[in-house]
Design a protein. Sequence first.
Length: 437
Amino acid sequence: MYSSKDTIWTEAQAERQLRSLELFGMRFGLDRMRRMMTVLGSPERRFDAVHVLGTNGKSSTTRMTAAILQQHGLRTGAYLSPHLVSYRERVLIDGRELDSEAFAAAIARASWAAERVNRTLAEDDHVTQFELLTAAALWEMARQELDVAVVEAGLGGRYDATSVIQAPVAVLTNVGLEHTRWLGPTIRDIAEEKLAAVQPQAVLALGDELAAPALAVAERVAREREARIVRPLNALVLPKLLARGAFQRRNFALARCAADAYLRHAGIPLSEAAVERAAATTDIPGRLQLVAQDPPTVFDGAHNPDAVAALVRSLPDVLTPAPLALVLGVLEDKDAASMLAALLPVSARAWFTAPPSGRALSPAALQSLARQLGFDAGVSEPKPARALEQAQSWAREHAGSVLATGSVYLVGDLLGGLAGSADPRQLLDAGSESSVR
């Protein structure tokens, strides 16, 4: 889709443009992004940033850090990935999604820049979808005249599109064995890739569950770049959170630590009253989200073994003891066997389905893995909506509850289905007071 500098698009046109770029897949390297930034007038230099890196907890930590900074009176943005229902969810300004017009205009402007950059690249090279989204977000944040943006990295750090920012504060939530094909086979290798994004003389906020190899890399990188390491307070001393689960308390403790580091950089004292307001009002869509009461139905986007383990530990915070019907969909590059090993012991029955992705692991493969683990109460149902309907019917009959998990794509698809013809984001808003995400 061709775009001129002043093209006016609708949201539907912008989303079509983004979907069209899925064909080009993922490409590492910062050269295309740097060229995009030059064409767009270096928007990434017009506001401060906090860069959130890690394997799990990035989106929650990003939202929470942005909320704390906003409560201190700063005009604050957040850049998140992936989204659940709409691409607009990825860019927040003072806690709110972009409206349709602003989103479409940002994508149109970034597409214009991408057209110019693509002409300078080799024939087999092309600006990717994530690069276009990131460029659009940074351009819009600059246009909105932010004080600071909290930016969630996509994959890794060294060559991630978000690493064109020069953030005075970086955050490392944790490091797990994920995306080993691109980031390396060990925790140490992956930590090296993520921490390559840390800027000289920055502050590096570290999560409290870093494995020893990752911590060793962080300490070495900090010495080499003259960065200062800070660690969060004990999560037990935090105020009450709207977001539930022990893992969210850890995420908020790290967000408070990161926000404090940025505020010190900006010469602003941390206000505990502002921290409390952020804790009480920050919701995390798609994490321990209660979407129905009859039967109790929870959606969670946990998509790797560590995230699933944290989810299982937090289920008692959300659901009363009852037979659990599991709806599980997993992508083929994930460690499905380890995820099943954590989920099946707490599940009475399971429906194995396929997230709406070309990388989805087949339901039959999930069912086979479950049988190898000694679990025979599983049903293969390729369509997520049908799997959820069947699980809910079984749960009603057995006075049970339902958990749908395994993939953000699965959760997004189910949320969109529950919302029907209405704007799917209304479901997130309507359930905010009762949701535990």
